[in-house]
Design a protein around this ligand. Structure first.
Ligand code: GLU
Length: 476
């Protein structure tokens, strides 16, 4: 069973700090300010009992608010046996930098409960989630203007609805109470497009990266996603949606790695068919559409491809296996999948890593939209959709009358149609991901000593957070 101090030799928080320190040398901030930016402001560690039959079990839980340079703080809640304080601190820190990079006005936070969800009934998971929320509320660690959780590994819309309902119960009449958590189901004031947002963001990040001809030439690839071979690690929400959207953008998914094994087919894998197969037999192994399969999932990462998307957990690409990775681009769908030592080796070989704190920021970007929707108490597009349609219709009618050209009904509806919530969300997400990539890339290109896109992303994040502290008048 998990204990409060259980964690392995590997320190994820140390890795994040190592990346931070490396980047900090390219900024000109006071050492004290850098220390404040790097430190975890509040670490709340707690336990509570769970009754199981006639036995009692202790549940170990955390919520870390890494930075209060902006309020509220924001970040997911992870349910996993591997959760520990070091991991939650690292993930909270990454949230701070992530939000800064994509201009989402939140500080970073993260929560975790050390449980294997497979060992608990739905009703036990509900009890745990509601108690966890109550414990956060008791210490003022949750609220629309304080700290706003979201899904992460092992949690989803169901858990977010339990959190929202518990918070609402504890705060009757609080008008903005639904803004206390994001990633909620649509029926509980969630937002269309949140579920697919992280994966869609990863795919847009990759598309931006491969669109720069000069960078692609340097690693022996052509520009564009068409025909690029991709291996995805993890078929959860992030991995699945990354794969689907990358396919939509023209890439071929040649490999899938899961905890129970890996599949490969140079000609492409049908992701939905793999999901169906897993539903039927309980494992991805034995899937007929694969030409190769590996019982050892790690081997799947080392197969021929152009782009590798680790979208599972941290510490997957290490000094030990990085030399065998054939991809020239690693797009970090997960948080912290590449260790600093592995990154160094990979980059020296010429490879490009699209860093987690940018690459998977689509989730928190759309969480921000959901939070705005909750605070404004109105769905995006509700006020102006019809107005927009009428205005567009008038323009089309006028153009037809003046030019004598008659549009087909399909052409008319494409032009006339007002934007839906999903279209607005996806366009806001796309704009954010494109803009941020080029901001990072500009910093990377501006100084030849800045060795990686990650270093550039950290420099950008540190500078933005420093401005917040300076504008609060805390630092000269
Ligand atoms: N858990 C996600 C992440 O690591 C989403 C956080 C959020 O939406 O607040 O980015």
């Amino acid at each position: 069973m998990a204990s409060i101090n259980s964690h392995s030799e590997f320190s994820f928080f140390d890795d994040v700090c190592q990346f931070f320190d490396h980047a900090a040398q390219f900024t000109s901030h006071d050492q004290g300010l850098l220390e404040q930016i790097k430190a975890c402001n509040s670490v709340y560690r707690f336990c509570f009992p769970l009754r199981r039959g006639n036995k009692m079990e202790t549940i170990y839980a955390w919520r870390v608010e890494h930075s209060h340079h902006k309020s509220p703080t924001k970040g997911g809640i992870r349910y996993s046996e591997m959760v520990n304080e070091d991991e939650v601190m690292a993930l909270a820190a990454l949230m701070t930098y992530k939000c800064a990079i994509v201009n989402v006005p939140f500080g970073g936070a993260k929560g975790g409960i050390s449980i294997n969800t497979k060992n608990y009934s739905v009703s036990e998971l509900e009890t745990i989630t509601r108690r966890y929320t109550t414990e956060l509320a008791k210490k003022n660690f949750i609220g629309p203007g304080i700290d706003v959780p979201a899904p992460d590994y092992g949690t989803g819309e169901r858990e977010m609805s339990w959190i929202a309902d518990t918070y609402l119960t504890l705060n009757p009449g609080q008008l903005d109470a639904l803004g206390s958590v994001t990633g909620k189901p649509l029926s509980l004031s969630g937002i269309d497009g949140r579920r697919t947002a992280t994966g869609r963001g990863v795919a847009i990040a990759v598309r931006e990266c491969v669109s720069i001809e000069e960078d692609m030439k340097a690693i022996g690839l052509t520009a564009g996603l068409e025909g690029k071979r991709v291996i995805v690690q993890g078929l959860g929400n992030v991995g699945y949606n990354s794969a689907k959207v990358l396919e939509e953008f023209g890439a071929t998914i040649v490999g899938i790695c899961e905890f129970d094994g890996a599949l490969y087919n140079e000609g492409g894998l049908d992701i939905d068919a793999i999901i169906e197969h897993r539903k039927e037999v309980g494992t991805i192994l034995g899937f007929k559409g694969a030409t190769k399969e590996f019982k050892n999932s790690a081997e799947g990462l080392e197969q021929p491809c152009d782009i590798l998307v680790p979208a599972a957990l941290e510490n997957q690409i290490t000094e030990e296996n990085v030399g065998r990775i054939q991809a020239m681009i690693i797009a970090e769908g997960a948080n912290g999948p590449t260790t600093p030592a592995a990154e160094k080796i990979f980059t020296e070989k010429g490879g490009i890593i699209i860093p987690d704190m940018y690459c998977n920021a689509g989730g928190v970007t759309v969480s921000y939209f959901e939070w705005l929707k909750n605070l404004s108490h109105v769905a995006f597009g509700r006020m102006d959709k019809r107005y927009e349609e009428t205005a567009n219709l008038n323009i089309v009618n006028m153009v037809e009358a003046v030019t004598g050209v008659t549009l087909t009904s399909q052409q008319r509806s494409v032009i006339v149609k007002g934007a839906s919530e999903l279209e607005l969300v996806n366009s806001g997400l796309e704009d954010t991901m494109i803009r941020s990539y080029h901001e990072i890339h500009k910093v990377y290109k501006a100084n030849p000593k800045i060795d990686t896109l990650r270093t550039a992303a950290f420099v950008l994040a540190i500078d933005k957070i420093a401005v917040s502290y300076q504008s609060m008048g805390i630092w000269p």
